[in-house]
Design a protein. Structure first.
Length: 119
């Protein structure tokens, strides 16, 4: 499974950004795998943000983003999205999309995309 993340950039605190992650590979694998987002800020370990099951029926968020971030996926496009609203300074990080097993998909990784939040 190959993953490519898009959509990073800069937003003001309280603003929004939307990240996308395009998945490719064997069709059966891509359509049956859990996708997720992780993030890593400078000087910190990579942390889990959220995950979505292959059919989208199960979604799991870290407490730090619950109520502000929304994960969705379009199985027809093999794409996962991360809508980030009410951004906070502590959300600034490199965001990675990943694929693997529910609920912590760590088997495959995409390249990161930088999210910067200005106050």
């Amino acid at each position: 499974v190959q993953l490519q993340a898009f959509g990073g950039g800069m937003a003001q605190a309280g603003g929004s950004l939307r990240l996308s992650c395009a998945a490719s590979g064997r069709t059966v694998t891509v359509n049956s795998i859990t996708l997720g987002w992780f993030r890593q800020a400078p000087g910190h370990e990579r942390e889990f943000v959220g995950a979505i099951s292959w059919g989208g029926g199960r979604i799991y968020y870290a407490e730090s983003v619950k109520g502000r971030f929304t994960i969705s996926r379009d199985t027809a496009k093999n794409t996962m999205y991360l809508q980030m609203d009410n951004l906070k300074a502590e959300d600034a990080a490199v965001y990675y999309c990943a694929a693997g097993s529910w609920p912590m998909p760590r088997k495959y990784w995409g390249q990161g995309t930088q999210v910067t939040v200005s106050s």
